[in-house]
Design a protein around this ligand. Sequence first.
Ligand code: MF3
Ligand code: CO
Length: 271
Amino acid sequence: MIIYKTDEQVELMRKSALLVSQTLSEVAKMLKPGLTTLAIDKLIGETIRDNKAVPSFLNYHGYPFNSCISVNDVVVHGFPNKNEIKGGDIVSVDIGVILNGWHGDHAYTFAIGDPGEEVMQLIRVTKESLYKGIEKAIVGNRIGDIAFAIQEHTEKKHGYGVVRELVGHGLGKSLHEDPQVPNYGKRGSGPKLKEGLVLAIEPMINLGVKDIYTEDDGWTVRTKDGKPSVHFEHDVCVRKNRADILSDYRPIEAAEESNPNLHTEQTAVLQ
Ligand code: MF3
Ligand code: CO
């Protein structure tokens, strides 16, 4: 069942999404080699709670941390741990909050030091594909139009692996609502997009093959070939002429650019 949101509800969801953006920008400020992903997770939990919200991933189907922090070949759902991040790593940080009963859920991939041109291109293209998907999140289109746009830009144009098993989703009073939002598919297929539909669009794109496996911990998803994977996620509301992006990368990008430990790629941002 698809639940459409009123304008008032969308404004509440914007607050939730922006708290995630703010938390991600705090992460962007602190990131440096030598930091453990557990220390990052701790800061995330504190920032969320200081803002009278709850980390929504914690205890979700038994998930044991505030956030998912996925390094290099970890695609998503990485457990924060005692390993130190190092120059050349890519670190995807995925955060969910519940604020006033409404969910925010978005993600960003950071480059520590310089992971090299090939990986920086993967980061840039994955972020671009997210915006290409968002461009299609308008009234009258279908889910398949979003999916197709992402797949075209990443798989067809650049030969990257598009993860099939994990998808974006509707978002609202629940973390995962209908419909599913795959990152691959046929133009003009799937549910029709109507005014007030809030979606979490989240391409997960591999440098190598699309195949993945889940570790014995039941969560950590890795690429089969051990090559890096990138994840970006925005929360958007479907509107008539242009999707309303509820989350905001601008404070994250500003923090990223002023942090000398991070490598940044300029992308055309549509906000
Ligand atoms: N952002 C992810 C999603 O949309 C992460 C949730 S998994 C969790 O599915 F268990 F950590 F919550
Ligand atoms: Co999500």
